[in-house]
Write a protein that binds this ligand. Structure first.
Ligand SMILES: *[C@@H]1O[C@H](CO)[C@@H](O)[C@H](O)[C@H]1NC(C)=O
Ligand SMILES: *[C@@H]1O[C@H](CO)[C@@H](O)[C@H](O)[C@H]1NC(C)=O
Ligand SMILES: *[C@@H]1O[C@H](CO)[C@@H](O)[C@H](O)[C@H]1NC(C)=O
Ligand SMILES: *[C@@H]1O[C@H](CO)[C@@H](O)[C@H](O)[C@H]1NC(C)=O
Length: 442
């Protein structure tokens, strides 16, 4: 095994080697999933059904486009965390679907119907657009085409776990529910059972919402696979099958052709991995809270008042790790402190690009300090590609983080996708810990 720093150098080398020898990865789109390992692709990646038309000309613009929709995601996460955003911002002229960032191939029903479902670690349940759905926009699951599909009765215990349901006065009927999603959208669905296929695993009688109607643009068109910690999540529904553990490795934003992986169960998880405890918020059981205790910029520990980072289950404040936010967001005073220290150690002048306010000449990139997130028991030194983003011309680089928007209650800090690229993030829910290790995901 190599030390964290050595691994970085080694992996960068291997990565460069791979890039130079692999022109295209021609068969990554076909399912070569091994048992309990599922490939996950970027939503606009080559293997995604959503890759065309691409939302913009270059990947940095794609990132900026996607990051501009973070506001809604943050407002939504704040509301999940129990914090009331003052106002849910909706970007005007937003035509692109706000469909999360990573999709996995999942087979639903018998025989299996292929769906590309968005991974969402901050939600529990799975939702799938079904035949007859009003306003659904993409591939639709046909319950009639599945011999194992069963709509759930409203008296079933699963129905009681879903927010907002009610049995009609007569006491029987389908389990219908409405749910809001993504800050600006909602859908109605029928809670149902069917088997789902993940890699080579078939999970019978999986409870999911069969979507009948959608309003707004945030609901993923091919459905959503919830990997949260609460009831109805994949881990909860699969019981002992995966022993309460999964991990993912998100492919680099730049690697259009490659896929990362979702590993379900203890098999193949890294053995030597630094971990930090997962914190439980009894009011918000889905969210993965961690104890972020400080941030280093280069060798400097950024002065941040501890209460700005503290976990508070009563207010929902603290730090979560999320798969649906594009760039890491900190409460305004936290971000300002990081940014000022970063600027202090870099050479300006500094300009803005989209959500980023600390952009500088790429010729000064080599003096840019590394960023370290310090969690209880785990220091994550961000690889440079996870803390800096290049403009499409390559002449400018930006610090790839931002403050929470002002109109969002900013007490939740969110560790987002861009900062998770090429890392294996292990969710050991059974032992209530989160592990992070360097890995070349692509
Ligand atoms: C599904 O099958 C049921 C029962 O055969 C039928 O009533 C219904 O119209 C079918 N739905 C669709 C969308 O084909
Ligand atoms: C869900 O929303 C629709 C449309 O607003 C409404 O007609 C329906 O009654 C709602 N259903 C439930 C179960 O709340
Ligand atoms: C987080 O870490 C700080 C500093 O070590 C500690 O004082 C605090 O109790 C921890 N919070 C939780 C919820 O574990
Ligand atoms: C930046 O560096 C200067 C000089 O070393 C120091 O006085 C100042 O406090 C630093 N600012 C921050 C935000 O660290």
């Amino acid at each position: 095994m190599c030390s964290f720093k050595d691994c970085t150098i080694l992996l960068t080398f291997i990565y460069t080697l791979l890039l130079s020898t692999t022109a295209t990865a021609s068969d990554v789109c076909s399912s070569s999933n091994s048992k309990s390992e599922i490939s996950i692709v970027h939503i606009y990646g080559k293997c995604s059904p959503f890759n065309a038309p691409k939302p913009s000309s270059s990947w940095v613009n794609t990132v900026l486009d996607m990051a501009s929709r973070d506001q809604q995601r943050l407002a939504y996460l704040s509301s999940l965390a129990g914090l009331k955003p003052t106002k849910v911002p909706v970007a005007s002229g937003q035509n692109a679907l706000n469909i999360g960032n990573y999709v996995a191939r999942v087979k639903v029903g018998t025989p299996g119907q292929l769906m590309f479902m968005v991974l969402d670690i901050s939600n529990d349940a799975a939702w799938i657009p079904c035949t007859g759905c009003t306003q659904c926009t993409s591939t639709i699951f046909s319950p009639n085409g599945s011999s194992t599909y069963v709509p759930l009765d409203c008296s079933m215990p699963e129905c009681i776990q879903v927010h907002g349901l009610s049995c009609p006065a007569s006491g029987t009927g389908k389990c219908l529910f409405n749910k809001s999603y993504g800050g600006d959208s909602s859908f109605s669905a029928t809670l149902s059972y069917d088997s789902i296929g993940l890699g080579n695993d078939a999970i019978p009688n999986y409870a999911f919402g069969c979507i009948n109607e959608v309003s707004g643009k945030s609901v993923p068109p091919q459905g959503l696979l919830g990997l949260g910690r609460g009831p109805l999540s994949l881990l909860s529904q699969t019981g002992s099958l995966y022993s309460g553990i999964f991990s993912y490795c998100l492919p680099s934003f730049k690697s259009y052709y490659f896929s990362g992986s979702l590993k379900l169960g203890p098999l193949g998880q890294p053995k030597n991995i630094q971990t930090t405890p997962l914190l439980k918020n009894p009011h918000r059981p889905s969210l993965y809270y961690v104890n972020l205790t400080g941030i280093n910029v280069g060798r400097v520990s950024v002065p941040i008042a501890p209460e700005l980072l503290a976990f508070d289950p009563n207010t929902g404040a603290g730090t979560i790790i999320d798969s649906g936010t594009v760039i890491t967001r900190f409460a305004q005073p936290v971000y300002t402190a990081i940014r000022d220290e970063f600027r202090n150690q870099t050479t300006g002048p500094f300009s803005s690009l989209g959500a980023f306010d600390t952009c500088f000449a790429a010729t000064n990139e080599d003096i840019a300090p590394s960023i370290t997130f310090r969690f209880t028991g785990l220091d994550l030194v961000l690889p440079m590609e996870n803390s800096l983003i290049h403009s499409s011309a390559g002449t400018t680089v930006c610090l790839a983080m931002a403050a929470s928007p002002n109109n969002v209650n900013s007490a939740v800090n969110v560790i987002a996708n861009l900062q998770q690229q090429n890392l294996r993030i292990m969710f050991d829910v059974a032992n209530s810990r989160l592990g992070i290790a360097r890995e070349l995901c692509n």
